[in-house]
Every structure is written in C-alpha cells, then in structure tokens.
Design a protein around this ligand. Sequence first.
Ligand code: AMP
Length: 280
Amino acid sequence: MLREVESLAELRTELEKRGRTIGFVPTMGALHRGHQALMERARQETDVVVVSIFVNPTQFGPGEDFDRYPRTREADLELCRQVNADLVWFPRVEELYPAGCQSWIEVQELGERFEGESRPGHFRGVATVVGKLFNAVKPSRAYFGEKDLQQLLLVRQMVRDLLFDLEVVGVPTAREASGLALSSRNSYLTSQERDQAALLYRSLLRVRDSHLSGVRQAKELKKVFLDSISGLECEIERLDLLHPRLERSYEGGEEVDAGYCSVALRFGKVRLIDNIALCS
Ligand code: AMP
C-alpha cells in the first residue's frame, strides 16, 4: 500500500520499518510516463520504491517558471499507486532549507557549462537538493532520466566526488508517439506548438542518421539540425555537439566520433530540451 509522508521524522520512521534496498526517484511532480519509467525500473531492481515530489525553488532562476510549475498532487499519487511505489515523500521546504541554511553543493565545471551557462545557478540548486534528498532517503539506487543528460552526469559526478554510497541509474527518454520527449512543461504548449515541437526529435534523428552515414564535422552536423528545423517558429537557445562525458563541445570542423547532440529550444515562453546519442 502506498504511504504518503511529509515530515522528515515520518520519512525516517517509514524507512526504518522497511529496511532492505531502497530505489529512489526524485521528481518535481506533474508525473507522466517518463517518471513512470523511472519508477518501474526502480520497482524491478529494488525492494522499496521511494518517490519524492518537490518543486525545488533553488534550481529556478529569476523569471523562470517556479510559480506556475504544474502541481498535480492527486494525479501524482494515483500514478505512484499504479506502479506500486511504496512511499511518496512531499518534503517541506522549511525542512529541506532550514532557516539560516548556508551549505551548498557545487559541481564545478560540469555545473557551469552548456545548460549551466544558459541557466546560471540551476545545477547548484539541483546538486544541493539531490544531495539533501539522498541524505534523507539513503537509497541503494537512484533513478534519473537521460532526457536531462547533464543533470544525470552531474549527479553521477557528485556521487563520486562526495562518496555518496549509492548507484545512479540512467533511464532512456520516454516519448510521445510523435517523438516529443515527455516533460511536465509540455502542458504549457498549445496544440500547434506541440505539433511543431515534435520536429525537434525528428531533427535529432536526422543528425544521428547523418552521423551514422559518415557526416562527422561538428558544423556539418549542426547544419543538418538547423536545416531540418528551419521554418519552425522557435528560438534556438543552445545547440551543442557534446563530448561523451560532457567535458567539452565539438566546434567548427572538429570531428565528432561519439557523443551527443543536445539542444534547448524556446517556443514562446516554453523552454524544451532534448538530446540524442551519437555512436561511433
Ligand atoms: P522532473 O520532475 O522534471 O524534475 O524529472 C524527474 C526525473 O524524471 C528526472 O530524472 C528526469 O530526467 C526524469 N524525466 C523527466 N522526463 C523524462 C522522460 N521523458 N523520460 C525519462 N525520464 C524523464
């Protein structure tokens, strides 16, 4: 039976009762099939599945969508029941960020590049909250989506650097039939924007196919993407060909052997990210 807790004390009591291996899925709620895939994987691999739902204020920048981020508690609980999760934790903001709180986790370099450059302070907020959640839940495994590629690699780096005793598991991106990556933010899109946004993934597939058929120069691969989305009413905020460990991006005539094509697009006020792996 699904248990719902809010306070840290309740969380600890519940976890102590259960013991055994804990699979943890941290989320911001407005749960969809992408989150479901993470929970199902946790269900397969661990004894106790814990989901946290917390819209973390410190990872939103000024002018971002913290206030209007969708909050759908009842529907979220229903989805957790469907996948047979054991515990849903709705952390209280005053417990995660006690008054006078002064400690932060910063993953340098990786936290500042790419998405970090577009969203200053974002990854500091992510690493800090994930570190706190790990300390509270003490999972054996934690599940993160490949859709948020840089976040996944950043959490792995943090776990290595700070000796967290857990395994970080990456889960492939769940998509709509159109190819659009599922995201809580898709609810902001009009149906016309949603149709258009589907071209984002089709364009990433074109980049992958071109790469497979021998197009290797970074600028050529970018051109494939740009040609494919030309005509779309959106702003390209970021288009990067990334090193497999996200150590750097490939530029100009540099050859991309393996890595990722990663992109952030804006449809009106809605910012969408996606990526595709390029294999040698
Ligand atoms: P969020 O609630 O957006 O913070 O996401 C919580 C977790 O779900 C993160 O690890 C995300 O990467 C993951 N996630 C979000 N969307 C998807 C998706 N379409 N497929 C797989 N994982 C996802």
